[in-house]
Every structure is written in structure tokens, then in C-alpha cells.
Design a protein around this ligand. Structure first.
Ligand SMILES: *Cc1c(COP(=O)(O)O)cnc(C)c1O
Length: 395
């Protein structure tokens, strides 16, 4: 290993390189929203017309814009990404007691949505290339622990149905979906894409969230674009689209005055005020993504050839949105990672480790899981660095 002096020099060098790309400033956040277009105008319009809540033209417009941008025939706006994922899992057929395969390396919303749908997360490993679900490891794991019985995948140890798998496009790097869909078909698993971090990211020609029958997006304040809080369900199936709208709007049956609700629905719709903000944000999506990709290129150049650490590049065959730029140490070394985190944050450059792996969190510690060597390696090696589009300069 390195001496303390070598370690300090390496950390100072990395801090200087990040600073060189991110530019001056006392404190540079990880990801800041940018309101440089019609945001104030549209939000003001809601207030002046009184249409701030559950009805209004901006929701329809926001959904139409999402459908256009993603190429998804149906887009249903929700009050946040977790709610969208909850409804997507219900519509994918997740029932009480079902197991749902998700990466241990994800934000807790993925696991929570499975719980809300009555399911139990079953954690699987990640790919070192995409940082998302590893289809090859998944197939090998299922071969050991599961049987296909009729049209169900059964966990031989628990006896439960493994109903679905949720690939998550981590930091906007698209999962290798074609082999994952093949593995899912072989094991009779439904697929729901968590594309919360994937707006504007593509695998081949296809937008993330549209590679499976159902996908979801998030518009939280720290995401690529924001509605304050918001999300969406994407689907190519008109019936699932209709059901998503119905379930997220209290399952109310249309009538001029009567309050009829035909099942237990949810109050998950996106308020018009938030949708107005979202419309203005989406108008500038292309520009935001261009600058995010330029920023990532700047980091990639600044770290090119440096030993011991690199910037995670977009996986082959994809167009990442580089939502959060990730720095990866060559070797797992949590102590060095923490020293580097301290160095960056002390310098006013906000830096964060990846989320604590789900299987280490109290609510999910007892859930079934595969061996997780890659997720654990990434956890001890990864640091996210300032990624706001405002930081981009062409060099
Ligand atoms: C942000 C996010 C969500 C949804 O989060 P909300 O804050 O509810 O919009 C879901 N999954 C992942 C991986 C996320 O990053």
C-alpha cells in the first residue's frame, strides 16, 4: 500500500483535477436544478389562473411531452418516482408474498416500492461495466436457487413466487437490457424498469424505461430535471396505461357529479403546479443533456491516464445522461475512499459514496440475496462528484 505521504499527494492531485473541471466556487453541490427557461412563467400561470392542484392543462402537456421525448406511447405523471414504481409493480402483477429481484446497489425507493406492492425484495448483483443488474450473474444464480413451475418462477428455498425483476439504470448508465429480457423470459419474470435516473439516456435507439413493457421515471429535485417532486409510469400497453391513470387518481369512475370509485386507488397524481415546472424543464432537456455529457467528457479527460482511479464511462452501445458522474477506485479500499471523500468535501466539492447497499439496511437485512461481490466492490470504490449541467464548459 501507499505511505501516508503518497496517499496525501494522491488525494490532493484528485481534488485538484475535480476542481479544475468543476471550476471556482466556495461550495459546489453534487447536483443543482437549473431554472433558466419558462419555469417562473408557467408556475405563475398556475397561480394566476387558480389551476394549481389535481386538474389542469400542464399535467396533460407534461405527459404528452414525456411520451414524445421517450417514445413511450403512454406516460402517466405521478407525485414522485416511488409512487410510479409502486403502481408499475402492481400492474406488472406483483402480489402479496411475491419476491422481486432488484439490485442491492440502488436507492432505497426501489426496495420500498416492492414493499408497498406487498412484495419482498430479493437482492442480486451488479455489473462492473454498467453498475446496474448483471444478467449473466442473474441467470447463473437463478439456475442454482429457482425452478420454473408452469408459468411461474419459484424460489426453491422459500417456496415463494419470484414474480418480477427490476433493472435500475444507475446514474443514467443504461443496463444491458437485451440479455436481461432473455433471462427474464427464460425464468418467467415480469420486467419493470426503474429509469428514475435515466431520463434522456438510451440503449441503442431506445430510451430507458421503454425497453420493458413498463418503466418509471423520477423528477425529484436532485434528478436531471425536476418538478419539485414527481414521477411517471411509461408503458407501451394501452390497457396498462389506462389502469395506471385510474389507480393513481383514486380509481374514480368518470361522472358529471357522482363520486364513484370502483377499487382501492391511490392519490398519486402529479399536481398541475409541479407539472408546469416540469414542462418548462423538459423544454430545455436536450440542452441540459448536452452540457451534462460535455461535463462528463471534461472529467474523463482530466482523469485520463491517472493511475488508481478512473471516471465510469457510458457502457458500450449506450448514450448515458451522466446524471451523477462516478469516480471509481481501481481497488476496493473503504478507508482510502473515505479519506478522498473528506478531501473533496473539505475543499468545498460535494462528493458522496454510493448508497449503502440495501441488504445492509435494517428494514431489508433479512431479505433473500445472491452473492454480491460486484456490488460490494463498487460500494468500496465509488465516489460521485459534482455533476450539475451548470459546471460544463467546453475545453
Ligand atoms: C430517485 C429514485 C427513485 C424515485 O425517487 P422519488 O424521490 O420518489 O422520485 C427510484 N429509484 C431510484 C434508483 C432513484 O434514484
Amino acid at each position: 500500500m501507499h505511505s501516508p505521504i503518497q496517499t496525501r499527494a494522491a488525494i490532493e492531485d484528485i481534488v485538484a483535477r475535480v476542481r479544475g473541471v468543476a471550476g471556482p466556487g466556495e461550495f459546489i453541490p453534487l447536483h443543482e436544478p437549473e431554472f433558466a427557461g419558462n419555469e417562473l412563467k408557467y408556475v405563475t400561470d398556475c397561480i394566476e389562473t387558480g389551476w394549481v392542484s389535481s386538474v389542469g392543462a400542464y399535467v396533460d402537456r407534461f405527459e404528452a411531452m414525456l411520451a414524445e421525448i421517450t417514445g413511450s406511447p403512454h406516460a402517466i405523471a405521478t407525485m414522485n418516482g416511488t409512487a410510479a414504481l409502486h403502481i408499475a409493480l402492481v400492474l406488472a402483477g406483483v402480489e402479496r408474498g411475491d419476491e422481486v429481484l432488484i439490485p442491492s446497489l440502488t436507492f432505497i425507493a426501489t426496495a420500498n416500492a416492492v414493499s408497498y406492492a406487498g412484495g419482498r425484495p430479493h437482492f442480486v448483483d451488479s455489473s462492473l461495466e454498467t453498475l446496474g443488474l448483471d444478467p449473466v450473474a442473474l441467470d447463473a444464480y437463478l439456475t442454482g436457487i429457482a425452478d420454473v413451475v408452469g408459468d411461474r418462477c419459484v424460489n426453491k428455498a422459500t417456496g415463494s413466487t419470484i414474480r418480477a425483476v427490476v433493472p435500475v439504470h444507475i446514474f443514467g448508465h443504461p443496463v444491458d437490457m437485451a440479455p436481461l429480457l432473455t433471462v427474464a423470459a427464460k425464468w418467467k419474470l415480469r420486467v419493470v424498469e426503474d429509469a428514475a435516473e435515466g431520463l434522456g439516456a438510451y440503449r441503442g435507439e431506445q430510451h430507458t424505461g421503454t425497453l420493458a413493457p413498463i418503466g418509471t421515471l423520477s423528477f425529484n429535485g436532485n434528478k436531471l430535471v425536476t418538478t419539485g417532486g414527481g414521477g411517471a409510469v411509461l408503458t407501451n400497453d394501452p390497457e396498462i396505461g389506462r389502469r395506471a391513470k385510474h389507480l393513481t387518481t383514486t380509481a374514480r369512475v368518470k361522472h358529471r357529479w357522482s363520486f364513484e370509485h370502483d377499487e382501492v386507488g391511490y392519490n398519486y397524481r402529479l399536481p398541475n403546479l409541479n407539472a408546469a415546472l416540469g414542462c418548462a424543464q423538459l423544454e430545455r432537456l436536450d440542452d441540459i443533456i448536452l452540457r451534462k455529457r460535455q461535463l462528463a467528457r471534461n472529467y474523463l479527460e482530466a482523469f485520463a491516464g491517472l493511475e488508481g482511479v478512473s471516471i465510469v464511462p457510458e457502457p458500450e452501445g449506450t448514450r448515458s445522461n451522466y446524471w451523477l458522474v462516478a469516480m471509481l477506485l481501481d481497488e476496493p479500499d473503504a478507508e482510502y475512499r473515505d479519506a478522498l471523500l473528506t478531501g473533496l468535501n473539505d475543499a468545498g466539492l460535494m462528493a458522496r459514496p454510493v448508497w449503502t447497499l440495501m441488504h445492509r439496511l435494517a428494514p431489508y437485512a433479512d431479505c433473500p440475496r445472491s452473492p454480491l461481490p460486484n456490488a460490494e466492490s463498487i460500494e468500496a470504490r465509488l465516489i460521485n462528484i459534482p455533476s450539475s449541467p451548470q459546471l460544463s464548459r467546453s475545453q
